[in-house]
Design a protein around this ligand. Structure first.
Ligand code: BG6
Length: 484
């Protein structure tokens, strides 16, 4: 058998896209709760949460409804989690990646005492997972920092937020130590440069002119330091626990073998590695430091920061992989969308309806690259295909396109393992349909389980099994051998 007998076949969701219940039981608003969706806008306009301003945040907070803010309602996982976990268990999931909404535990991020109701919710959730023998993999920060910290301090720009995050993490470690062994610090830590607000609460109009990039790197440094501190604390509070880093794997190919194309591509890939380099090797890569220096970017560091980074590195590396990208030194080539990033269109690859290029071989390349570079255990914590599903008159959903996407990716994953990559798990993204992170749409569906809700929140929220549900169940049962 290719996959180890305890390989973690699983699924993944995030609190802000699934839970709903955005303002009950003491939860404070998070940066996700101001992410907008408006019907009949172009795809570009859908990326509403990427274009944030102080005015838009105020407008959102003056509107108590969830009409234009779908992440406020999610799929009401908060009240449906037992039913959903039962379906996950029926599929045979061995692991589920979830995140903890920081503002459910500390509504403004700065309270002295945590919100007991929030802690209770997660404790019950983890207990229920254990009841079904589903291993929790828990992300501490998945695009959902308390909005109050963003507004008051411009998010992670302010060093003090490290203390707030460490306090929150420590509360979680103490409370959930009997249930959770696998932890992750920041979801897609590299995304801070692509969408600083969602990732780190940074509001562009609060940054002095010309200083935004410098502040983003400053915030990133604070996240690196926080990651080291909580890795240390996690190991102390939960002996035997494992802390991981989480990277968006943006594997990029040159458009041609022209050296200029290869050079620009190499630089893109090095930029993508940089975040994992810091968290795995425990130091800033010299080329990155030089690049920042040449750009006039000065990161303020405290005396002990570099020691912390060096001493408390992560135990494993997790990553998301949806598509590959192509880069060119030439201007004006046709572009296509990817995960909050664009690339040159690759003529050899088909795309999803959202323009993301489907590239199973790219997954294998990513696994080989990452394992060769870091030589620590890997886990794929997001992979999947956003698609519009059609519900037939008898309620069935024939999502052959999704099965085919997964099948081809699993074949490549299997080959990578056979070639020696230490991969200990795989959690597909959006195991159940949830709100899209990038576009706030419900109709961009990733799940094996369909949720009856449209983009505007109409629907019964009833859950039903797609064809892919039965297929994934078979894959898990055969430990990845039966992909037909
Ligand atoms: C990842 C995020 O980047 O991509 C998820 O971690 C997100 O939160 C996923 O949902 C898919 O992106 P989208 O925009 O299609 O939901």
């Amino acid at each position: 058998m290719t996959f180890s007998k305890d390989f973690l076949w699983g699924g993944a969701i995030a609190a802000n896209q699934a839970e709903g219940a955005w303002n009950i039981d003491g939860k404070g608003p998070s940066v996700a709760d101001v992410a907008t969706y408006k019907p009949n806008l172009s795809l570009d306009d859908y990326h509403g949460h990427l274009k944030v301003s102080s005015d838009l945040i105020q407008q959102a907070m003056d509107d108590p409804s969830d009409k234009y803010y779908p992440k406020r309602r999610g799929i009401d996982f908060y009240h449906h989690y037992k039913e959903d976990l039962a379906l996950f268990a029926e599929m045979g999931l061995k692991a589920l990646r979830v995140s903890i909404a920081w503002s459910r535990i500390f509504p403004t991020g700065e309270e002295n005492e945590p919100n007991e109701k929030g802690l209770e919710f997660y404790e019950n959730l983890f207990k229920e997972m254990r009841k079904h023998q589903i291993e929790p993999i828990v992300t501490l920060s998945h695009y959902e920092m308390p909005l109050a910290l963003s507004v008051k301090y411009n998010g992670w720009v302010e060093r003090k937020v490290i203390d707030d995050f460490v306090r929150f993490s420590n509360v979680c470690f103490h409370r959930f130590k009997d249930y959770v062994k696998y932890w992750l610090t920041f979801n897609e830590i590299d995304s801070i440069l692509r969408h600083p607000f969602t990732t780190a609460g940074i509001i562009p109009d609060r940054c002095p002119e010309g200083k935004e990039e410098e502040l983003v790197y400053q915030a990133l440094h604070h996240q690196f330091v926080a990651s080291s501190i909580v890795t240390r604390d996690c190991h102390t509070i939960i002996p035997g626990s494992k802390m991981g880093a989480m990277l968006t794997k943006l594997t990029t190919y040159p458009t041609t073998c022209k050296p200029e194309d290869v050079e620009i591509t190499l630089k893109k890939n090095l930029q993508n590695y940089f975040y994992a380099d810091v968290q795995v090797f425990g130091e800033y890569p010299p080329l990155t430091l030089r690049k920042l220096e040449r750009k006039g970017i000065n990161i303020k560091m405290e005396e002990n920061d570099l020691n912390l980074l060096k001493e408390y590195t992560v135990d494993y590396l997790s990553f998301s992989y949806y598509m590959s990208l192509t880069e060119s030194a030439e201007e004006g080539l046709e572009k296509t969308d990817g995960n909050t990033v664009q690339g040159v269109k690759n003529p050899y690859l088909p795309s999803t309806d959202w323009g993301w290029q489907i590239d199973p071989v790219g997954l294998k390349i990513s696994l080989l690259e990452l394992y060769d570079r870091y030589n620590i255990p890997l886990i794929i914590v997001e992979n999947g295909m956003g698609a519009k599903d059609i519900v037939e008159s008898d309620g069935s959903i024939h999502d052959e396109y999704r099965i085919s996407y997964f099948r081809e990716h699993f074949r490549q994953m299997r080959e990578a393992v056979e070639e020696g990559v230490d991969l200990f798990g795989y959690t597909s993204w959006g195991t159940i349909d949830i709100i899209s992170a990038g576009t706030s749409q419900m109709s961009k569906r990733y799940g094996f389980i369909y949720v009856d809700q449209d983009d505007e929140g109409n629907g019964t929220l009833a859950r039903s099994r797609k064809d892919s549900f039965y297929w994934y169940k078979k894959v898990i049962k055969s430990n990845g051998e039966d992909l037909d």
